[in-house]
Write a new protein. Structure first.
Length: 707
């Protein structure tokens, strides 16, 4: 049974439960990763026996371009040998060399750019995070001290600081420097994070817990220090909002000031003396344009809480992965606690907050080795097509042995799959580190290519390829850190693109665009399911009499979607009007509504929901195989046409929230965004359908130049 099929099975079982407050436990299967493995590569050639002592190597972060190429930041000591290429530390280096580089879609190293540092004489540079902008430019974020060469090819471009500061560097897609800047904040041992928007603005979260916006040319636009700020944490951008998972100090009063002028104060908590890090965890939403706080939520106790990673789904639900204690409280009023805890130190947890900041659920995560050591969250990503959550975390036993967990949850926080590395018979045995270092292990989803990647490093242990599903032999060295990069198929289905006019850039994953020349004879079709034109709340004729401003004032669009009383026509209209809102905001004329396009869209969404597929291509019925054939059924003639499709969770959401989830997802994707903003299209029809078994909504947009 494959990873995907196991997941579907346990989703179906979990949805029979009632979800009020904290969600119940369900049976969990361990994934069969081997059946979906596409490649597994290590940081040294398999035939080479490593003889260099103390030659640690690791990957810290990756990002993928639209072709599936993998851009990474990492480090090595003394030398790196991979795919027949040899790299060694520069002449000025006296320790670990950090680099950024490119791997092809099969995981083969193409090139790296090593920073010639740390420089002898007390300086250092640590490159930790990497991002790409829509043009393919590469951004590297980290911390440095001293004088650092940033163009990697000459001695002309430096950044310099006497103290520890953050740096951000921008390179073109070949690794040539565009600019590099130092900033005022930094601390060597604090992991930082950043995101880049579609215009090339960067948003940094760094020490001590502050957020900065950086222009495409590197100038600081604003910097907002969070109250009682401590370690940075994680940051995500969704639409015009920033979402943070960070740590602040609770040793003295916390005062939060919000954009709407309100204020919230929290009393100080006396911390237990045996905790080295006395921090409170904070989840917050900020206005990306100004840095002002919209809402915030604390996780606190007399011990310590931290957030390692954060992700935002299509409905703007905010999910966080972190560590807390059995005493920790959650929620705006600090009234929620974990329903179950495992051990008494560093409890791993996963929690989700609604777009308003209200806590939806929180779950404690169990480790196989019961010896109390420590849990550390590492990475979290969400599949935007269904809201499923992928995480990695590390667990340390009392004997300082580590294991790492790759886990999958549905959108309600129920664990539906798990794979554990470095644990035998319930005992951690795979990763060992004699100090406070952890086993770094991360997940990265690539919905566009229907894959996910696992990557990271193992400290002072022999990686076992069999745990990744590979038959490859283990490397023949054990004293050094080895980095790994593994790629797996995400879903069982394939993804297609569709568009029938030239020059459009497509982006698979959520769905948009491809080619079809089929023009079959017209067939009569009407929506007789009772969910289309039969709605008493919304009719096709209402499009002609209702402006966008008037529609946005309708009270029914703010009602939650009810499985048993679903108004399909209303949701169709929500998508249409929200799309026009985005279009007008970009100085485009609003779309005219087309009943023909809506019928074609409704039909395809209902087919996808009923027949359990997700593609522009209908695998069940050849007469309506592609978008061109479907639109032709309803009299849409020749000319420019296109289709967007997507899938989001509607659980607990209103009609308007689901509409924004769809349209924001499409606007975040270049191919879909181009269809929405194209001047070639004048008409739009939107069609939605529910797949109740997974609380997911399938959506289709059809575009045309004429009716």
């Amino acid at each position: 049974m494959t990873f995907a099929s196991i997941s579907k099975q346990f989703i179906a079982l979990s949805l029979t439960s009632s979800f009020i407050g904290l969600t119940p436990e369900v049976s969990v299967a361990q994934s069969n990763l081997s059946s979906n493995l596409e490649f597994l590569n290590f940081s040294s050639d398999q035939t080479e026996r490593q003889t260099i002592e103390d030659n640690d190597k690791g990957l810290l972060d990756i990002e993928l371009d639209q072709s599936g190429n993998i851009f990474a930041v990492g480090f090595f000591r003394k030398a790196l040998n991979m795919n027949g290429n040899h790299y060694s530390c520069g002449s000025k280096a006296s320790g670990t060399t950090y680099f950024f580089g490119k791997f092809d879609p099969t995981g083969r190293l193409q090139w790296i750019k090593p920073f010639d540092s740390p420089v002898k004489g007390g300086g250092y540079l640590s490159a930790e995070k990497i991002e790409l902008d829509p043009s393919g430019n590469i951004y590297v974020f980290g911390v440095h001290k001293g004088k650092q060469d940033m163009d990697l090819s000459s001695d002309t471009d430096y950044i310099e600081s006497e103290s520890t500061v953050d740096f951000l560097a921008k390179y073109d897609k070949t690794g040539q420097l565009i600019w590099a800047r130092s900033y005022t904040s930094g601390f060597y041992s604090s992991t930082r994070d950043f995101v880049v928007d579609s215009k090339g603005n960067s948003y940094l979260i760094s020490y001590p817990a502050n957020v900065a916006k950086i222009s495409p040319s590197g100038e600081e636009i604003y910097r907002k220090y969070l109250p009682n700020g401590n370690t940075p944490g994680s940051i995500q951008l969704k639409g015009d909002k920033l979402y943070l998972g960070t740590s602040i100090s609770g040793d003295y009063e916390i005062s939060l000031n919000f954009k709407d002028g309100s204020q919230k104060n929290y009393a100080a908590i006396k911390k237990d003396k045996d905790y080295f890090y006395n921090t409170e965890a904070m989840v917050a939403c900020l206005d990306a344009s100004t840095g002002e706080m919209i809402w915030a939520n604390l996780i606190r106790s007399s011990q310590s809480e931290e957030i390692a990673s954060i992700s935002v789904d299509a409905n703007h639900n905010v999910t966080v992965l972190g560590t807390c204690s059995s005493k920790s409280t959650f929620g705006i009023n600090q009234s929620e606690k974990l329903s179950k805890t495992y051990g008494n130190r560093n409890q791993a947890f996963i929690a989700q907050y609604a777009s308003s900041g209200k806590l939806k659920w929180v779950k404690a995560l169990e480790s196989r080795d019961k010896k109390n050591g420590g849990n550390y969250g590492e990475s979290l990503q969400i599949d935007p097509s269904n809201g499923e959550i992928y995480t990695t975390r590390a667990h340390c036993s009392e004997g300082l042995w580590w294991s790492v967990y790759f886990e999958k949850f549905n959108s309600y926080g129920q664990k539906i799959d798990s794979h554990v590395f470095g644990n035998k018979d319930g005992k951690n045995n795979g990763f060992y580190k004699s100090s406070c270092g952890t086993a770094n292990f991360f997940v990265h989803l690539d919905i566009r290519k229907n894959t996910f990647l696992l990557f990271g490093e193992g400290r002072s242990y022999v990686l076992d390829p069999k745990e990744f599903g590979s038959t490859r032999k283990a490397p023949e060295y054990s004293g050094n850190t080895e980095f790994f990069l593994a790629k797996y198929r995400l879903h069982e289905y394939a993804v297609d693109n569709w568009e029938n006019h030239e020059g459009s850039q497509t982006e698979p994953g959520i769905e948009s665009n491809g080619a079809s020349q089929n023009t079959p004879e017209l067939e009569a079709w009407s929506n007789t399911s009772g969910s289309g034109n039969s709605s008493k709340k919304w009719r096709d004729s209402d499009y002609k009499t209702t402006s966008r401003q008037a529609f946005m004032k309708l009270p029914q669009i703010k009602e939650k979607i009810d499985d048993n009383n679903f108004d399909q026509a209303l949701l169709d209209a929500c998508i249409f009007y929200v799309t026009n809102e985005k279009r007008v905001a970009h100085n485009r004329s609003p779309f005219k509504h087309s009943s023909s396009l809506r019928k074609a869209a409704d039909m395809h969404s209902e087919d996808m929901a009923r027949d359990n597929f997700y593609s522009h291509i209908n695998p069940k019925d050849g007469s309506k195989r592609d978008p061109g054939m479907r639109m032709a059924r309803f009299g849409v003639g020749d000319g420019q046409k296109a289709e967007n499709i997507a899938k989001v969770s509607y659980y607990g959401s209103t009609y308007l929230e689901v509409a924004y989830a769809f349209v924001d997802m499409w606007m975040d994707s270049p191919g879909h965004r181009k269809n929405i903003l194209s001047k070639e299209f004048n008409y739009l029809g939107c069609g939605m359908a529910l797949r109740k078994s997974t609380s997911s909504c399938l959506g289709t947009q059809n575009f045309s130049g004429g009716r």
